[in-house]
Design a protein around this ligand. Sequence first.
Ligand code: HEM
Length: 268
Amino acid sequence: MSNEYGKGAPLSYNKYLKVPELLKLQETLSDPTSHDELLFIIIHQTYELWFKQLLHEFEKIKKDFSEGDLFGAIHSFKRTRTIMKVLVAQVDILETMTPSSFSSFRDRLETASGFQSIQFREIEFVLGYKRESTLKYVKPDFPGADRLQKRIGERTAIDHFYDFLETRGAKIPGELKNRDLKQANGPNEQVQQEILKLYKSSPEVSILFELMTDFDEGLQEWRYRHIKLVERTIGAKKGTGGSPGVPFLKESLFKPIFHDLWAIRHEM
Ligand code: HEM
């Protein structure tokens, strides 16, 4: 069969990675083309690829947790933490775009916004930060909307973390094991006491706790950097996605994912 990789060609870098297809996916809309629009598209596409990888890692982490596989979970949290650092660092690149440069093509985005990123919302849901209110911005015909609907009713990485704690002898309150899965995971004092005990008795488990805290801090850092990026690029203008903009984004700022790991720092 003949294709753009050459007739019957053996596997090559370009064929394996589908590079020609990949390079066709950046379609600028501005006319005349605004120089920075390509950067804007590439940055967002790159984020989506990393979001895909993060979701992939969290599926593994859930399994590792339930199987009590400490080293598997440590390994994957190291990776997710490192990806978060790259996601935060990428903000620097987009911040080289000035407000006037963004204005030159912003209207072409119409209602498109990172707010509609299904994968970002999936990451929040898999991490137990579930807000049903966010679903109203996801139209049923958005690609992936069904995945999000499914995820809101699924056990989160934190529910699986409770399984892990049990494999290490912790007692998890029944109300957490039978909780309404559509709700966000919240803090729990008994879990905090169990984590404290493990911090003291099990240095290898404390490595995992610290990596989870690193990841969490990284996500909060990303939220902060994104808000600053938004403020410096569009100031008080409303978002294209239909949310109140910066006030909406500030709702999540400094909100931890792993509440119980943060709540006990002063007791160590
Ligand atoms: C010039 C650059 C950017 C501007 C002006 C901007 C602006 C905004 C605004 C105003 C919102 C609030 C929702 C709305 O649109 O009404 C938002 C949300 C969001 N943006 Fe951006 N953004 C920018 C870059 C990025 C980048 C590079 C990403 C990476 C994927 C991103 C991902 C998101 C996500 C995931 C949300 C939803 C956040 C949440 O629900 O907490 N944004 N953005």
